[in-house]
Ligand binder design. Structure first.
Ligand SMILES: CSC[C@@H](O)[C@@H](O)C(=O)COP(=O)(O)O
Ligand SMILES: [Zn+2]
Length: 209
């Protein structure tokens, strides 16, 4: 199998796992996987598709500018430039973007602060942080419909070969050295978002009783 086909299958597998979690409401979400570093090419989801479906038109190959690197009638994801910024600045091999109810609510609750920090959770070890009382912070940036501006703002928060950024009332973008790591980071953050929201609402309920 060619690298292209191996990467296609890898990204397709991740896509199906995230779809099974119902993390692509209303055609939202986009996924990418690096195929080559020099020159940069990566597979990215085609824009506007229902990402729950598995088809031969799920992904297309794009270049270092996020433009199609092959003859195709498909349009790359509207947010391809965010994936470009990740691959230009890190050695990441895979990047995932999903809109979930929990990541949107967390991004609105902590949006004015510009970040949220988690501590005292076993799952923080998923980020490779094994020390006692380790903490992890995820930045929250404002959303804008003008993607080059969003990509510029997003790029300021890219550091390391694995990482994550929340876009306010929009979604999360995570990246990792490979698909396994990117998915691990995504699942771990979504767990922490969900835990935080559930605990906050139960505490509030407790306070009113
Ligand atoms: C209808 S979802 C909103 C989109 O603008 C976008 O945020 C998104 O995640 C999916 O866009 P896409 O172009 O399909 O990759
Ligand atoms: Zn989006």
């Amino acid at each position: 199998m060619t690298a292209y086909k191996v990467k296609w299958q890898e990204l397709s597998d991740v896509k199906q796992e995230l779809a099974a979690r119902d993390w692509f409401p209303g055609t939202s979400g986009n996924l990418a996987i690096k195929v080559d570093s020099n020159p940069l090419t990566f597979l990215v989801t085609a824009s506007g598709k229902d990402k729950r479906k598995v088809t031969e038109e799920d992904f297309l190959l794009v270049d270092e500018e996020g433009k199609p690197a092959e003859q195709t009638s498909l349009k790359p994801s509207a947010e391809t430039l965010l994936h470009v910024e990740i691959y230009k600045r890190t050695r990441a091999g895979c990047s995932l973007h999903v809109h979930t109810l929990d990541n949107n609510v967390i991004s609105e609750l902590y949006g004015d602060k510009g970040f949220i920090t988690f501590q005292g959770q076993e799952l923080i070890k998923a980020f490779g942080l094994w020390e006692e009382n380790a903490s992890i912070t995820i930045p929250i940036i404002p959303n804008t419909a003008f993607i080059p501006q969003l990509a510029d703002e997003f790029a300021q928060h890219i550091s390391g070969d694995a990482g994550a950024v929340l876009i306010r009332n929009h979604g999360i973008t995570v990246w990792g050295r490979d698909a396994f790591e990117a998915k691990k980071w995504l699942e771990a953050f979504e767990f922490l978002f969900s835990y935080t929201l559930k605990l906050a609402s139960l505490r509030q309920l407790q306070g009113t009783n």
